[in-house]
Write a protein that binds this ligand. Structure first.
Ligand SMILES: [Zn+2]
Ligand SMILES: [Zn+2]
Length: 380
């Protein structure tokens, strides 16, 4: 049956900074030619959603707003000018971030390097005219294309670049967080750092992004993987999933960098990844590098933060520090690659996730905050 607009549905709307995600009636006005209508089945919850909720993305994004930016669902309508002609009604798809599709990076199949990334993904508005597809029942517009899609909704209006086919509908639950958390961690290893089997990696923060990086490093495998966190439960899981060493940074006497170096016989690690965005941790991530090592910032620090680095040794020891968003991935290629890795048994991400009902949204967020569950997934 053809979908008719305006379409009444429900979504988790945050009404003001610090407000809760409240299931609220919304009305979807229309579908533009470059958009795909997706009936959501699952959506992962990511820390960036909590940043949005608490006003951390202001002034980029205004309220009311619908969060969510990774998920899985079924295509219910396809815009008339959607470029991927293989998409069909009823297709199961995974949602990822948006890109303009037309710039040099996008034409070069590097969506994560699209210069329009902030405006298309962090404002909740993806349409060129600044409009938003959904309204509240009182007529107020609601930001409803967070990362081009706002997956915390029973129905998502997704920009065409957000949609990746999922050939395994029975495993949509497992794959629903591929589009952000998992590809960010795994892509940092597989697309950016690319360690050799004789090299070493340290990961600061053993949440879903950090553990996805650990899984990817273990899939190569590399010589040593050091996981750092303050929650024992998370360190135990990191170890189960491939970390060769763990450090609880709340229980150490010397500097964190020295602890990491100690694991590698004093040399330091070839690659280090920070998923926390905390300046003091970033300094340790840089200080624990071996000669010629590369550090990757994956967790977003506050924009006005500063850190102190020994610039002389950084120069003399030929070190590098790179910022990485979304694992530098091109979702149409990288997500299927991760799905295949999972099917080969080398990316067991189901061990990170737990499924919650719509009514359990608050509990899901609380469990993630406390580290009981790394990747909560809401089932619609
Ligand atoms: Zn672009
Ligand atoms: Zn995310």
């Amino acid at each position: 049956m053809a979908v008719r607009f305006p379409l009444e549905t429900e979504a988790f709307v945050v009404d003001k900074a610090g407000g809760d995600f409240v299931m609220t009636p919304i009305v979807i006005q229309d579908l533009r030619p470059d958009e795909v209508l997706v009936e959501m089945r699952y959506s992962g919850i990511c820390h960036t959603d909590l940043l949005l909720q608490h006003g951390g993305l202001a002034p980029l994004i205004d309220f009311p707003a619908i969060g969510g930016h990774e998920g899985a669902g079924i295509i219910r309508a396809i815009g008339s000018q959607v470029k991927d002609k293989s998409l069909q009604l009823g297709d199961p798809v995974l949602l990822s971030f948006a890109a303009c599709g037309n710039c040099g990076s996008c034409r070069d199949d590097q969506f994560s390097r699209c210069p329009s990334f902030p405006s298309l993904n962090l404002t909740g508005i993806c349409r060129k005219d600044g409009s938003t597809p959904a309204m509240l029942s009182d007529g107020r517009p609601v930001r409803s294309q967070f990362f081009g899609q706002s997956s915390f909704s029973r129905v998502s209006v997704a920009h065409e670049t957000c949609v990746v086919k999922c050939p395994y509908p029975d495993d949509m639950t497992i794959y629903s967080p591929m589009g952000c958390g998992y590809q960010t961690g795994a892509g940092t290893i597989l697309n950016v750092l690319k360690p050799r089997p004789d090299q070493t990696v340290a990961v600061f923060g053993a949440g879903s992004v950090g553990v996805a990086a650990i899984l990817a490093a273990a899939s190569i495998p590399v010589k040593q993987i050091v996981a750092v966190d303050v929650v024992e439960r998370k360190l135990a899981l990191a170890q189960e999933l491939g970390a060769t060493h763990t450090i609880n940074s709340s229980k150490i006497k010397r500097s964190l960098a020295d602890e990491v170096k100690n694991v590698t016989g004093g040399l330091g690690v070839d690659f280090s990844i920070d998923t926390t965005g905390v300046s003091k941790v970033i300094e340790q991530m840089l200080n624990c590098l071996a000669y010629g090592g590369t550090a990757a910032s994956v967790g977003a620090p506050p924009m006005d933060d500063k850190i102190t680095v020994g610039s002389g040794s950084f120069f003399a020891e030929k070190k590098m520090w790179v910022g990485v968003t979304e694992g530098e991935s091109h979702p149409p290629e990288f997500i299927p690659r991760l799905v295949n890795l999972h099917r080969e048994g080398k990316f067991p991400v189901e061990k990170l996730s737990k499924v919650y009902s719509v009514e359990e949204m608050k509990k899901a967020i609380s469990d993630m905050k406390h580290g009981t569950v790394l990747k909560p997934i809401i089932k619609f």
